[in-house]
Design a protein around this ligand. Structure first.
Ligand SMILES: Nc1ncnc2c1ncn2[C@@H]1O[C@H](COP(=O)(O)OP(=O)(O)O)[C@@H](O)[C@H]1O
Ligand SMILES: [Mg+2]
Length: 244
């Protein structure tokens, strides 16, 4: 039964770039309505996992199931239509276009204009600051507002699975906490959120679950508070100790 199947399941996924194998057999089951953070050294394959789930990288081995159905042969567009949305690392906005135009681009795959309008309204309800700046050029927004715009645009598709790669990059610490809280809040509304973060300590505090990747494999996973206590994670990411 699709409704009882995990949102996302990766079974022995092998993937890479050309002859370069990066993911060496990823096994992972996403927990529905939870925020899961992927951590790992630079080059461990975190972004490649997300690109593979979204269909930008094709696996050479293993299976990917979304709500119980194989998706690893589908295009990114087809995956988006099923409810998977990917927010890549870095700036994903059209800087010279307005907030409204950027949001509208998020809805272009929705064929129904009335539905697009309702989703736009719901997004502006959620992000009052975006409504205030609706006719402003995206490039004039603060870093935090730009990240809200990226997330708001992704939410126009009402994703069931949101993949977000390093949302905290370039943001002030106070804003980072807001972004993590926003992602956590989405999970209270039933969205399953996977995030990659280098900002390990704050990210794990905001998350339900964590996965540590090492050389293209899952090295460790579990509730964030147990992962943050793990000696290997402490040694690698947290300077050997964890503040109370
Ligand atoms: N488009 C690409 N072409 C070739 N190699 C790539 C490409 N993207 C990433 N890689 C390589 O794949 C490895 C894993 O990258 P990535 O998944 O981005 O790691 P992470 O996000 O954990 O830092 C790195 O060695 C990186 O250089
Ligand atoms: Mg990366």
């Amino acid at each position: 039964m699709a409704s009882e199947a995990p949102v996302l399941e990766m079974r022995g996924v092998v993937a890479g770039y050309g002859r370069l194998t990066i993911l060496r057999g990823i096994d992972f089951v996403a927990q529905r309505g939870r925020l899961t953070t992927f951590i790992g050294a630079n080059g461990a394959g975190k972004s490649t996992v997300f690109k593979t789930v979204f269909g930008l990288v094709r696996p050479t081995g293993g299976e990917i199931l979304f709500e119980g159905e194989r998706i690893d042969g589908l295009s990114p567009r087809a995956r988006m239509e099923r409810g998977i949305v990917f927010v890549p690392q870095g700036r994903n906005l059209f800087p010279r276009m307005t907030v409204r135009q950027n949001l509208e681009l998020g809805g272009v795959v929705l064929r129904d204009a009335a539905l697009r309008a309702r989703r736009m309204e719901a997004t502006l309800e959620r992000f009052p600051r975006l409504r205030e700046r609706i006719e402003a050029q995206a490039s004039t927004l603060s870093g935090g507002e730009q990240k809200q715009l990226e997330v708001g645009r992704a939410l126009l598709l009402e994703p069931r699975l949101l993949l977000i790669d390093e949302p905290s990059i370039g943001l002030a610490p106070r804003i980072v906490a807001d972004v993590f809280a926003l992602l956590r809040d989405l999970t209270d509304h039933g969205v399953t959120v996977l995030m990659v973060e280098q900002n390990v300590r704050s990210a794990l505090r905001a998350s339900h679950l964590a996965v540590a990747l090492e050389q293209g494999r899952v090295a460790l996973e579990g509730p964030s508070d147990s992962v943050i206590e793990d000696p290997r994670v402490r040694a690698m990411f947290l300077g050997g100790h964890v503040a109370a």
